[in-house]
Design a binder for this molecule. Structure first.
Ligand code: MSP
Length: 517
């Protein structure tokens, strides 16, 4: 995938339902977006949006249970979500809350615009509704009369509602899906959405009148009620960046480069969302990627399932960077994968501790011992690694931006493995002991390559493990440039004379028995 150069890279996550406690599944989408934004930012402007989805009956009910107004309840919960992202080293550019005036006024404007154009009209809604998922369901989709997603009771709703003319966009959606088979990944979700489109689409209700925690339907419509939370929420992706046709910032960011979602919300993001955008005269996002679930005993992790894992405790125990690595390395992006502390500990101890962390420690200790920690002067361009790994940065970058995170990490690990192998093969301790000029020259060339390899790894792995790679950067005696453009990476960029330091282990071992705890 090539990065567009004319505009900024724009990546979004879903906005999070505010109620309840965040879990590691919530951190997942946001960590992935952070990795993409950090990678894209090494070569140009990038913008990363996340936020909170604060309206709807579920929030109103939860606030009432706590004896609070919905607004006060949301204000209280937002910092918890923001601190979750901070705990995972996520650096977003903007955090939108759907209760902010910048969002609410624009949503009302969208409503007015679509009412004027006829894409929004008044009709009667009757059907089943799941409050927990804020989703309408056709009778035929219910499982034993219950919500097919979460298994909870559904309610029968009958009211006059405003409708969005989704049916009108079915043919265009089908054409779009056929003309851009890669716009929705992975293939399994694409196929699922195509099946829905082929079945046909009904218009869908975008207003509610049986409760009032939402964005009011504009008074000019002559009707009361609030805007349906999903219609409100989807619009965050454009309201946050200042939507209006002639807004320069909006134009420089839209359409989004990548919209990340969990697969259970694909219907909203790949059928309803493009249609709403088209109704507004805007383009569909370039790519929607629907990732898989973190599961426990084969079930989606989630608060309602009672199997949610506290993400704060987890980050404390393993280190946020190790978890970021685990989330990206454990399964191909798009597939489900099961969560267990043993698996995290295994990745931490093996890939990170033994392979990468040990490489750093061994290399810097040897440099300390054999050259006072000073990077030696060598003809680095003549190193066999100069040509062998010349393409590595480009390949890692391409895979990261193509959301093939596991492959990108495997690619980077080839350098880790090759460096470790050189220590084993060339036996620097023997070279040092021999002490003759040829052995010393070989020792210096090896020590240089080890440090240069570590410098490359710190840069290439920085988007995935921003904090641990920064620690390595400091151990290498470097100050700035860890997030510099990868196309400038040339074997030999590490300056001779740089004073390195042996620091603490990057990934101290975690005992499995302890991880059970
Ligand atoms: N509020 C809606 C999104 C509106 S976007 C216009 C919502 N919120 S959510 O809090 O329930 O989910 C937010 C994200 O977290 C989704 O992408 C969802 O897939 C992800 N995850 C929640 N549990 C998850 C797992 N167990 N595993 C992986 N991701 C999970 O949906």
């Amino acid at each position: 995938m090539s990065l567009r150069m004319d505009r900024s890279y724009y990546v979004t996550t879903p906005i999070y339902y505010i109620s309840g406690n965040p879990h590691i599944g919530h951190a997942y989408t946001t960590v992935v977006a952070d990795v993409l934004a950090r990678t894209a930012r090494t070569s140009g402007p990038a913008f990363f949006l996340t936020g909170t989805d604060e309206h709807g009956q579920k929030v109103a009910n939860a606030a009432a249970e706590h004896g609070k107004t919905p607004q006060a309840w949301c204000d209280e919960l937002v910092p918890r979500w923001q601190s979750l992202f901070a705990a995972y080293h996520v650096e977003y550019d903007d955090f939108i809350r759907t209760t902010q005036p910048r969002h609410e006024t624009k949503v009302q404007r969208v409503f007015e615009r679509l009412r004027e154009s006829g894409d929004v009209y008044l009709g009667k809604y009757e059907g089943w509704y799941c409050v927990a998922d804020e989703t309408f369901w056709l009778e035929s989709k219910l499982v034993n009369g219950k919500c097919p997603t979460c298994g909870r009771e559904v309610q029968w709703i009958s009211e006059d509602d405003w409708f969005f003319r989704l049916s009108k966009y079915r043919d265009r959606l089908l054409e779009h899906f056929k003309a851009h088979p890669q716009w929705l990944r992975p293939q399994s979700v694409y196929n699922e959405m195509m099946a829905i489109l082929e079945e046909g689409l009904d218009d869908f209700s975008i207003s509610r009148t049986n409760f009032d925690w939402g964005i009011p339907i504009p008074e000019s419509s002559g009707h009361a009620g609030v805007i349906y939370v999903w219609f409100d929420a989807l619009l965050n992706y454009i309201t946050a960046i200042g939507w209006s046709e002639d807004d320069a910032r909006f134009r420089s960011l839209w359409p989004a480069s990548v919209q990340l979602i969990g697969k259970e919300i694909a219907r909203f993001h790949t059928i309803i969302w493009p249609a709403v955008l088209w109704a507004l005269g805007e383009a569909a996002p370039e790519l929607v990627f629907a990732h898989g679930w973190i599961t426990v005993d084969g079930q989606k992790m989630g608060k309602s399932m009672g199997n949610a894992v506290d993400p704060f405790a987890l980050a404390e125990r393993f280190g946020a960077d190790s978890l970021r690595y685990f989330l990206l390395r454990e399964a191909p992006f798009g597939s489900d994968f099961s969560y267990s502390e043993e698996k995290i500990a295994q990745r931490h101890n093996s890939d990170l501790g033994n392979d990468f962390g040990n490489l750093a420690r061994r290399s810097l200790s040897m440099l300390q011992k054999y050259n006072d920690g000073i990077v030696p002067q060598v003809a680095a361009a003549e190193s066999p690694f100069a040509s062998r790994f010349a393409e590595l940065p480009r390949r890692v970058r391409e895979k990261l931006l193509d959301l093939r995170f596991r492959e990108a990490l495997e690619e980077a690990w080839e350098l880790v493995t090759a460096l470790n192998r050189r220590i084993d093969d060339e036996k620097p301790w023997a070279l040092a002991k021999a002490g003759d000029p040829a052995s010393t020259a070989q020792l210096h060339a090896l020590l240089y390559d080890l440090c240069e390899g570590l410098r490359w790894l710190a840069m290439l792995l920085h988007p995935v493990m921003p904090e641990r790679t920064a620690a390595l950067w400091a151990q290498l005696g470097l100050t700035t440039g860890i997030d510099a453009d990868w196309t400038t990476l040339r074997w030999g960029g590490l300056a001779a004379g740089t004073q390195t330091h042996v620091g603490d282990a990057l990934f101290p071992r975690i005992e499995l028995a302890e991880a059970h705890g």
